[in-house]
Design a protein around this ligand. Structure first.
Ligand SMILES: [Zn+2]
Length: 81
């Protein structure tokens, strides 16, 4: 796992993030559309060119059905419903 500095603010709980730890995918900065999970509220967000945003309903539904995200969400005790 690698960690990189990138200041963002959670679109759900407003928590400031100074860095992100990569848990899946290619090394380096995340592409637009990559998923972030807030260390505070544990809800997912989507990387944009200048930060992170709330997922759309369609993206949440996609995440809900993604076994990788389900494993992560259930390990932390919640999943989008
Ligand atoms: Zn949050």
């Amino acid at each position: 796992m690698s960690t990189y500095d990138r200041a963002t603010r959670c679109p759900w709980c407003n928590r400031a993030h100074e860095a992100h730890t990569l848990v899946a995918g290619d090394e380096g900065e995340p592409d637009e559309g990559a998923i972030s999970v807030c260390i505070g509220c544990e809800w997912p967000a989507v990387f944009t060119s200048d930060g992170i945003r709330r997922p759309t309903i369609a993206e949440l539904e996609e995440l809900r059905l993604d076994p990788r995200f389900r494993e992560l969400a259930f390990a932390k005790g919640q999943a989008p419903s």
